[in-house]
Design a protein around this ligand. Sequence first.
Ligand code: SAM
Length: 336
Amino acid sequence: MIDLIEQVEPLVDAFRRPITYLRISVTDRCNLRCVYCMPEAGLPWIPKPDILSFEEIEAIVRAAAKVGVRSVRLTGGEPLIRRDLDRLVAKLAAIPGIADIALSTNGLLLGQQAQALRDAGLTRANISLDTLREDRFTAIARRSGLEKVLDGIDAAIAVGLSPIKINTVVMRGSNDDELEDFAKLTRERAVHVRFIEVMPVEENVGLQRDAWVSSDEVLERLRALGELHPVPNPHGNGPARTFAYDGAPGSVGVISPLAHDYCETCNRVRLSADGRLKLCLFGDHLIDLRTPLRSGGGEDAIVALLRGAMHVKPERHHLALGETASVMRAFSEIGG
Ligand code: SAM
C-alpha cells in the first residue's frame, strides 16, 4: 500500500526527528475518574460541535499519511465511548500509507467492541489497568468495573489484537505492592505490562509529589522477583525499557517521562478532540487544524500546517518532579 502513495518529503522536525506517529484523541470525556487524571466531577467538556467528526479526522490523517505518518493511535478521554468507533477505524485503515492503527482504552467497553474494531482494521491495543483488586480499582478509578476490564483483555486476545499492552500507573502506598501480581500475569499470558510514572497535571500535583515512584525503583523491585532479560519493545513505537522473565510469554517494561525522558527519540505529535495539533505532551505548542479545515482548507492546507509545525516542535519538555504541565488540566484533554 505504501508503494502506491505519492512520494513526498516526509515530516522531519528541526531536530532531525522523523515524525511518523499521530495520536488522536477522539473525545475528552471518560467513563472513569482516575485519581491521577481528572476530578470526580469531571471537567468542563469540549462542546460537541467543536469535536472533530470522523470525516474531519479522516481528512487530517489522509494529509498526515501523505507526509510520512504511518501509525495512528486512537485515545481520549475514553475512545470507546465515542459511538461507532469501528467506523472511524475502517476509514483510517483505508488510507494509503497507514500501516498500523492502535487503541488506548480503559477496557471497560472492549469486551463488546473488540471484534468489530478488529474487523474494521484495528491492529493492537493498550489497556490501562492500575490494579488487579476490585476494591482498589474502585478507589483509584472512582467507578467499579475490574471484571469488565479483565473481560476486555480476554476479548482483545481472543480476536487477535497484538501486541496487548497493559499500562499501569504506579503509585506509592496505593498499588505499588502489586508489582508481583502484574509480573505474574506476564509469566502466564502474552501481555506486556508497562509501568508508568505518575506525571504532573494541574489536577494531581499533590498526589504526583507524594505517590511518585521512579521507574528505576520499579525496575529494581521487578528484578528482585526473578532474572529479567532485556527484550525488544513489541511493536516498538514506544518509549519503554522492556524485559521478560525466563520463559514468560509476556514482558514487563518501564516508562519514565520524568526520571529519564525520551524526548530524543520522539516520533509523534498529538491531535486533540477539538482539532488542535499538540507538539509536545508537556508543552503549550498548539496548532489549530479545525478552523482551516472547516473554512474549506483542503489537504494541501493541512499538509502545509503539518510542515510548519515541524519548526515549532520543541526539542524536549522541561518538566521536573512536582511541576505542573502548562495548559493541561488532565491528560484526557489531549490524549495521554
Ligand atoms: N481512556 C484511555 C485509557 O484509559 O487508556 C485513554 C486515555 S488515558 C488519559 C491514557 C493513559 O494515560 C492511561 O494509561 C492513563 O493511566 C494515563 N494517565 C492519565 N493521567 C496520567 C498521569 N497524570 N500520569 C501518568 N499517566 C497518566
